[in-house]
Design a protein around this ligand. Structure first.
Ligand code: G4P
Length: 285
């Protein structure tokens, strides 16, 4: 199966991101904790050069807790700060603030040495579509005291949300697109539902997901569907039978069975699953 992305406003979004990033000190990059590398565009490393960097492993509630910790260590080894979060809830606010303070420490010290005091730290949220950027901005900035309007020296029309302490957050996130050269990346994005299912053959996708789960999380399949020891394609058939997905002629409706499996995975009903683990020695270029 060939995974494709229809670029739409890609170029414009990229240009806006390049403009906005010049105004800020800190890039808060959201990635999907279930696939932290495949859900980011590595171009952000060049775009964000010289900026403080915080990676939020969002949707951590859906990802393997042990893998979340491995990934945090991996990103920190690349010189970034990292934290697993669930953007829908406000509970992680304090931990995020602590990481933001750590990430900006260097900049603040630089300012102090130059005699600059009380200059706010400016941050922007960035990430690929559907990773939770709007959810994060809404929940994190919920208690924001003020939205700041146009200011001298700040690009006209930009809205900043003033957060506790001296942090200002750009209210529109930077959008980047995932890198599609690698089909494995496309497949994982399709698994999590970040590609339009209509352009995919769900049955094929489900069989690929089953094969991955049999290898990495066999107990998840057994627990949910009471299945064991079958080829991935046979297993999909069995799921269809168990869930009584039949076509009019009595044949198993594999597309429907695939839909059930994909939805169970995406909603976390199959358990907390991470699709990729950090590979030793692999660095962000
Ligand atoms: P974006 O701005 O980056 O494009 O993403 P957005 O905030 O729109 O979030 C995309 C989807 O991901 C939303 O679900 C949102 O609720 C969900 N989401 C965001 N953060 C988390 C998280 O930490 N954990 C989980 N489990 N889900 C999260 P949706 O189905 O599009 O909408 P809805 O179900 O909220 O109505």
């Amino acid at each position: 199966m060939v995974y494709q992305w229809y670029p739409g406003h890609m170029t414009r979004a990229r240009r806006e991101m390049e403009e906005d990033i010049r105004l800020i000190d800190l890039v808060i990059e959201l990635v999907d904790a279930r696939m932290p590398l495949s859900s980011r565009n590595p171009d952000i490393d060049a775009l964000g050069r010289g900026k403080a960097r915080l990676i939020l492993l969002n949707k951590a509630d859906l990802a393997d807790a042990a893998a979340n910790q491995e990934w945090c260590l991996w990103f920190e080894a690349q010189g970034m700060f990292a934290l697993p979060i669930d953007a829908r809830i406000n509970a992680g606010r304090k931990a995020i603030q602590e990481k933001v303070a750590l990430a900006c420490q260097e900049k603040k010290e630089r300012d102090r040495r130059r005699g600059i005091r009380n200059r706010p730290v400016r941050a922007m949220v960035a990430g690929i579509p559907n990773v939770g950027k709007s959810t994060f901005i809404n929940s994190y900035a919920k208690r924001a005291v003020a939205r700041t309007g146009n200011k001298p020296g700040v690009t006209k029309g930009k809205q900043w949300i003033r957060l506790g302490g001296d942090l200002e957050l750009l209210d529109t996130p930077g959008i980047l697109w995932p890198k599609f050269e690698d089909q494995a990346v496309g497949r994982k994005l399709a698994f999590i539902g970040s590609l339009n299912d209509e352009i995919l053959v769900r049955e094929e996708l489900a069989v690929e997901l089953i094969a991955f789960l049999q290898d990495a999380y066999p107990e998840a399949l057994a627990a949910r569907y009471r299945t064991e020891g079958k080829e991935a394609a046979d297993l999909l058939l069995q799921i269809g039978e168990n869930r009584k997905c039949y076509k009019k002629g009595g044949e198993v409706d594999l597309d429907k069975a695939a839909g059930i499996l994909l939805e169970d995975f995406r909603s976390g009903r199959l358990g907390r699953i991470t699709l990729e683990r950090p590979q030793k020695g692999r660095d962000i270029s």
